[in-house]
Ligand binder design. Sequence first.
Ligand code: MG
Ligand code: ZN
Length: 222
Amino acid sequence: MKIVAAKKILKANDQLAAENRTRFDKAGVLACNLVGSPGCGKTTLLEALFPHMQGHTAPAVIEGDIAGSLDAQRMERLGIPTVQINTEGACHLDAAMVGAAVAGLELEAIDLLIIENVGNLVCTAGFDLGEHLRILVLSVAEGHDKPLKYPAIFQGAHALVVSKMDLLPHTDFSPQELQATMRRLAPAARVFELSARTGQGVQTFGQWLLEQRRTHRAGECR
Ligand code: MG
Ligand code: ZN
């Protein structure tokens, strides 16, 4: 029997992730790994976000799902170039899958790539995809205790989007407690509160993302 250590797999993943990042950098693309539980509103966030960014960025999306292409269809309806990855059971994307999906995109024609990961707060934290930014979505329905229970994914996030804020009155979610936990756990992470459904807060997040893309591009020219 041949046994391969998980550490070795992660090391190979890191090498492939570095290759992906080099490809993104060469093409002037800011790549974001969008993570969060199933149903936290990752795809709905993108649907609300892209209209705000129209004319300011040329985005593309890679959709990671265990099966089907429902989310990719939603992106295509917005006119966004999209590649769907079906992991066929795997509960996270890895750098090899993203590398293969990128072959289906015209990288030179875009400047922002959103990789929507499989809904999962656990092992997505351990797999670098070659992204520049990790954006984590947490809906108020999930509870403000999640950073304490799944610390790795929260610690690795550059931005935390607290979604479904329109549902706040119907939950026990405390934005103050979440902010306090994040200050301890991931002080550098930006926290955005928004509702993709009502549009509240979406523009602020969109402006931050555009600013990240601008500074990323400026960094390249140095
Ligand atoms: Mg989705
Ligand atoms: Zn997994």
